[in-house]
Design a protein around this ligand. Structure first.
Ligand code: SF4
Ligand code: SF4
Length: 342
């Protein structure tokens, strides 16, 4: 597609025009942290954010999502997707969206995710501030982000917008863009390479070696018991992860006892009840009752189990789990480096 340039002085007018055309979501400040929210004004947009509290998947797969409503007459889909722009997604979160796109479409086409996804124009943006626990440069380094429609990079005097799709190309009509020069394109490329060199953490081995050694450690009960010793089973590491996609489905009845809704909620494999199954007649079985087994399962999912299907690890190195874990034991880089060194 094309590469265009917009001056810093014209950027707010571009974002304003997008907001006037339809919903635009982007990173906004929440005290000292950031969250993807619907933008009301261009001033709210904080492209200098480090990492958001929750990943952008919440726009396609909300923490609580009604699937159907029902009453005495039947069922109705609750789905109402709207065209929107998601502005300012870092490349590691685009890689995570690529993974959920595949997982929600390959066998059972999940219309409740895909309808939101297909009505969203994604504009990636360069990483201006690197978060304190990120290791995105060393995890799945050979996996390219695919799901964005355009990539915005801040350079001296303005922004380079490189489009990948027709949706991305359509954005040019909203701002005072002009063709980018070779020098501006080269500057944007250098800016993005420089961000990779500022990661505070890194994996010390490649994807295949990690997958082999982590899988070989499966039977080491002492290792997993030690790693999970301080785990509160709170599920935060699952909740904040852009590549976690498990959910639980519950029916809620209204007071008339005739109508209600079926809703899915984010679930997480670190929580105590995640693997609890009914055996009927009030009996149940929890097939990952021990914290160590749950902790191991998460690491196996991130580093090994899904690699073949996804073409790389099911972790993009955002560091959200590391920063969010009260016990500071969830960091995949630290855990994997420890296993690799053993
Ligand atoms: S590893 Fe940390 S964030 Fe994850 S469930 Fe345990 S205590 Fe919570
Ligand atoms: S496992 Fe942690 S670092 Fe990896 S993608 Fe999930 S939240 Fe980010």
């Amino acid at each position: 597609m094309t590469a265009s340039f917009i001056r810093s002085d014209d950027f707010a007018a571009f974002v304003t025009a997008l907001i006037e055309a339809g919903p635009v979501y982007g990173p906004v400040a929440k005290r000292s942290r950031f969250a993807f929210e619907r933008l009301e004004t261009p001033e709210e947009l904080r492209l200098d954010y480090d990492v958001t509290i929750l990943p952008p998947k919440k726009l396609f797969f909300p923490p609580a999502q009604d699937l159907v409503t029902f009453d005495g007459a039947g069922f109705r889909a609750a789905l109402e997707p709207t065209e929107k722009v998601l502005l300012g997604v870092h490349f590691y979160d685009v890689k995570a969206i690529d993974q959920t796109d595949l997982l929600f479409s390959e066998r059972n086409y999940d219309i409740n995710y895909m309808a939101h996804r297909e009505t969203t124009t994604i504009v990636a943006s360069n990483i201006q501030t690197v978060s304190k626990r990120a290791f995105f440069a060393s995890v799945g380094a050979d996996v390219e982000p695919q799901g964005h429609d355009a990539f915005l990079t801040a350079i001296n005097g303005g922004y380079v917008l490189e489009t990948r799709t027709e949706r991305g190309e359509a954005l040019l009509a909203f701002g005072a863009f002009q063709p980018a020069t070779e020098a501006q394109i080269a500057e944007a490329a250098a800016v993005n390479v420089a961000a990779l060199e500022r990661c505070p953490e890194e994996l010390e081995h490649g994807t295949e070696a990690i997958a082999d050694k982590v899988r070989a450690a499966f039977q080491d009960e002492e290792l997993w018991t030690t790693l999970a010793a301080d785990c509160f089973s709170c599920g935060t590491c699952n909740t904040v992860c852009p590549t976690c996609y498990c959910f639980d489905v519950q029916d809620t009845w209204n007071v008339d006892q005739t109508s209600g809704q079926r809703t899915r909620f984010w679930d997480g494999c670190l929580t105590e009840d995640f693997a609890k199954c009914s055996l009927g007649e009030g009996a149940c079985e929890n097939f990952r009752e021990e914290r160590a087994a749950r902790f191991r399962h998460r690491l196996m999912r991130k580093a090994t189990y899904l690699n073949e299907k996804l073409g790389g690890p099911a972790c993009v190195g955002c560091g959200r789990c590391s920063a969010g874990c009260t016990a500071d034991i969830a960091d995949p880089a630290r855990v994997i480096n420890q296993i690799m060194a053993s």
